[in-house]
Design a binder for this molecule. Sequence first.
Ligand code: FEO
Length: 193
Amino acid sequence: MRKLNFIMAIVLFASFIFSAQAQEYSQVGKLDKKMQNALNEQVNAELYAAYLYLSMAAYFESKSLVGAAHWMRLQAKEETEHAMKFFDYVHNRGDRVILTSIKAPPSNWESPLAVFQDAYLHEQKVTSMINRLAKLASQEEDAATHNFLQFFIEEQVEELASAKLVVDRLTMIGGSAPGLLMIDRQLGEREEE
Ligand code: FEO
């Protein structure tokens, strides 16, 4: 009898845990349609960023600036990881991502400085997209998405700062070849995060 009571207690406890968890999930629930579309667009934007940085890596490789090419390859990899974070998040919320075509990035620039200026501009654009997503999450009272976006809000601060640092240094050296090779060596030291 005591054994039976013990089993009953376990069953009751397990069903309590299960129902509490189910309630928690139902409170998070599926994404609002507007939010879902915006997150879907962000997957595309992050994949475009990966494509853009890969194109920049190809440019630098064609100029034998292997350090800058390495920097851009790592950046492209990071952008793919960002896309996958959004992809997984949408699916974890019980919705699905619809992939759309990725436009072709530019393939030529007039100088290494122009490449990093473009990268900096692109990060500014992504930052405003992330800020818009955060604003939408607040309007929709979607705390889970708002919380999810915190990683990207912090990440954008870093990404803007690192692109601007390179723009500033390349501006500083003007057209100096030794200066460019020095910066290229520094860019080649970037490590995977
Ligand atoms: Fe994923 Fe560089 O923004």
